[in-house]
Write a protein that binds this ligand. Structure first.
Ligand code: 5AD
Ligand code: SF4
Length: 458
């Protein structure tokens, strides 16, 4: 019944970060040779995977409510004598796999982020002729998953993620990542470059290098030496056909000169930096175990601005960390005013089980957190508007990476990572073109392109 040639429907729901989006694509790549085709609905799926995120609160609740929604469809398939393999993957699986298996008896498979290359074997055990078993696989295998990923990497547009590093050894006191993704691991330079070249050959123009701590990258180079991220980017800058390089997410303590100067030397490295600071208060940064101060962070940003004065800056903030006073919060506001961000993400602190901060006293009241978050987001939003509006009337280079529902409109990204909606002919999809910016808000720009005679005829 389950032979490898018959077509099967694969549904994957992705929560959380870009690393999870990358993992989802690679799971699809692994399962495609087994006959699985991706579908948008779990209703008649032969396999449904929830690729989960554990970084902030309510993660587990969301997973259980999604499982509850899928359950009747699994039952309906079983009533027809068919099977739906129901799996939970990602960081909730890693952190709470046993809870999932015992609370949701109908889940067949729980697997962590380091094990998805073993999916074919896991599925064979579940659907196999020798009877079905439920599986939990949350190992951190010594043999790395990257060595086992298929060569093929399905390309669906001009932009792609490329995972170069995983895991984190920083142990910020609020964060689950070192526990769910394990310790830092860097892929080899050859492996990364050949994946990048394959992507470019398939039409990709913009590659985002991914890692939980991407600037801690230290991969084995072809010359027998260890390469940092700056050196890797310099090499990628030479790939013909590749137009844009980005990287995310970085830690202030791992910034090497070679990466900072790459922003001056590599024309393909985009003028955008996401460098989370989390708080502007040294007291809170210490309690967070961030190992940097507000001033050392500002000094690092100044070095980037020396290399690339137009660089757009972005950050993450946590509001209401245990013990955060009005003064600490004011320090965060002052830091934001000093920097001037183009875009930033801010979150209310939520205790994550198993992290040191989860045992801290002096919790900040929810209504205080709400008030502070609101004030911070208002400030960040006004900075984003000011940044975006400074482009009105100017011409920017846009890579068109999506079609809008409204015909005749394309979605794109500027070099500064702004989203932009443009009335543009479809021939520009996948291309880079000059766009005149007409208007701007806090989340996106609007623009127009010069129309050619051919477009009018088309
Ligand atoms: N509570 C709130 N925000 C968190 N983040 C990570 N852990 C927590 C937590 N426990 C935020 C940080 C990080 C981003 C990915 O998520 O700002 O940079
Ligand atoms: Fe989490 Fe800190 Fe590592 Fe970022 S650097 S993944 S916040 S522990």
């Amino acid at each position: 019944m389950n032979n490898t040639t018959s077509k099967k429907k694969l549904f994957i729901k992705t929560y959380g970060c870009q690393m999870n989006s990358y993992d989802t694509k690679r799971m699809e790549d692994i399962l495609r040779p087994l006959g699985y085709e991706s579908v948008d609905s779990y209703e008649d799926a032969d396999m449904a995977i929830l690729n989960t995120c554990h970084i902030r609160e309510k993660a587990t609740d969301k997973v259980f409510s999604d499982l509850g929604r899928i359950r009747p469809h699994k039952k309906a398939k079983e009533d027809k004598g068919e099977q739906m393999v129901l799996a939970v993957a990602g960081c909730v699986a890693q952190a709470e796999g046993d809870v999932i298996l015992s609370r949701a008896r109908y889940v067949d498979l729980v697997f962590g982020p380091q094990t998805y290359h073993e999916l074919p074997e896991m599925i064979a055990k579940i659907t196999g002729a020798y009877g079905q078993e439920r599986i939990i696989n949350t190992d951190f295998p010594v043999e790395e998953k990257f060595d086992h990923l298929p060569q093929e990497n399905a390309v669906t547009g001009p932009t792609a993620f490329l995972s170069v590093q995983e895991g984190c050894d920083k142990f910020c006191s609020f964060c689950v990542v070192p526990y769910t993704r394990g310790s830092e691991y860097s892929r080899t330079v050859d492996g990364i470059l050949s994946e990048a070249k394959r992507l470019v050959a398939a039409g990709v123009k913009d590659i985002s290098l991914l890692g939980q701590n991407v600037n801690a990258f230290h991969g084995d180079g072809p010359d027998g030496k260890t390469w940092g991220l700056g050196r890797l980017i310099r090499e990628m800058n030479e790939i013909d056909g590749l137009e844009r390089i980005r990287y995310t997410t970085s830690h202030p303590c791992d910034m090497q000169d070679d990466l900072i100067t790459a922003h001056r030397d590599c024309e393909k490295l985009m003028p955008y930096l996401h460098l989370p600071v989390q708080s502007g208060s040294d007291r809170i940064l210490k309690a967070m175990n961030r190992k940097h101060t507000a001033q050392s962070y500002l000094d690092t940003l100044a070095r980037f601005r020396d290399m690339r004065p137009d660089i757009a800056l972005s950050s993450d903030f946590i509001i209401g960390f245990p013990g955060e006073t009005d003064q600490d919060f004011e320090d965060t506001m002052r830091l934001v005013e000093q920097v001037g961000y183009s875009l930033a993400y801010s979150f209310k602190y939520s205790p994550r089980p198993g992290t040191p901060a989860a045992n801290m006293q002096n919790l900040v009241r929810e209504d205080v957190k709400d008030k502070r978050l609101h004030a911070l987001q208002a400030l960040l939003s006004s900075q984003a508007v000011a940044f975006n509006q400074s482009f009105i009337g100017k011409t920017v280079k846009v890579l068109f990476d999506g079609r809008q529902t409204k015909p005749g409109f394309l979605h794109g990204r500027t070099e500064y990572n702004q989203a932009i909606h443009v009335e543009a002919p479809d021939r520009l999809f996948g291309q880079i073109a000059d766009v005149t910016v007409n208007s701007a808000g806090n989340t996106a720009l609007h623009g127009s392109v010069a129309i050619q005679d051919d477009d009018l005829a088309a």
